[in-house]
Design a protein around this ligand. Sequence first.
Ligand SMILES: *[C@@H]1O[C@H](CO)[C@@H](O)[C@H](O)[C@H]1NC(C)=O
Ligand SMILES: *[C@@H]1O[C@H](CO)[C@@H](O)[C@H](O)[C@H]1NC(C)=O
Ligand SMILES: *[C@@H]1O[C@H](CO)[C@@H](O)[C@H](O)[C@H]1NC(C)=O
Length: 258
Amino acid sequence: MAYKIKVWCFLLFLLKLVSNLQNCAHAAPQVPCFFIFGDSLADSGNNNHLVTTSKANYRPYGIDFPNGTTGRFTNGRTTVDIIGELLGFDQFIPPFVTARGRDILVGVNYASGAAGIRDESGRELGDRISLNEQLQNHAATFNRSIQLLGTEQAATNYLNKCLYYVSLGTNDYINNYFVPGNYETSRLYTQDQYAKVLIDQYSQQIKRLYLFGARKIALPGLIPLGSIPYASSTLCLKNLSCVANINNAVLPFNAGLF
Ligand SMILES: *[C@@H]1O[C@H](CO)[C@@H](O)[C@H](O)[C@H]1NC(C)=O
Ligand SMILES: *[C@@H]1O[C@H](CO)[C@@H](O)[C@H](O)[C@H]1NC(C)=O
Ligand SMILES: *[C@@H]1O[C@H](CO)[C@@H](O)[C@H](O)[C@H]1NC(C)=O
């Protein structure tokens, strides 16, 4: 009996050693910091205290997330949570609303449900933090990193090494262009013109991020937006040519990202 217990203890000790070694192997993330700009696909709580219907800080959101409901618009982790884990971060990147002090050195998640490249996108849902405002919040982070790291040069050197994930545009279509009762963009622009208008504005916004030291920037394209349930059921009332029309509208936007 005593012998068996000893063997078990030894096995447990080995397991613990292996798992510690694995933790060591994961200790340094591939980049020191990860900044996220986006909409509800990435929001992790920034909309919780805004006056908007675009929020997710109640159940069943979060039922499969380790900490329960957080404001993420999903039952579990978001795409950026998973990317953060794959990069080797041992914590989720904090949302801008709760990031304090040295928290910002691992990065900040500025994403806000209903936000768009254009300031007015998502307006019919209530308050949201548009990409321009997210960049304004990043200006505050930039200033705080100068305070934390000593000089502007030191802050810029540090921010050069971070990964920046910028994913907006969805709401510029499904909560703007394809809601003609609330927005005039579909009367002002053809679909091709609108994609170009969005890309031109996005380019200016990315340049602003570049001026804050960003050098590694990921710009994912949009999914076929007509096929998401809100678009196919509410905007298109299950009309398949309407769904195809929205899916096609995002193609020139995606092409413009290259
Ligand atoms: C989850 O809760 C733990 C313990 O309260 C806390 O330390 C951690 O920061 C939380 N994580 C998230 C992603 O909210
Ligand atoms: C950052 O600091 C600059 C220079 O001190 C100042 O002009 C700017 O208003 C600050 N921006 C924010 C968002 O705090
Ligand atoms: C379905 O959508 C197409 C494209 O948006 C539109 O031209 C057509 O009138 C719609 N059909 C119906 C029955 O609403």
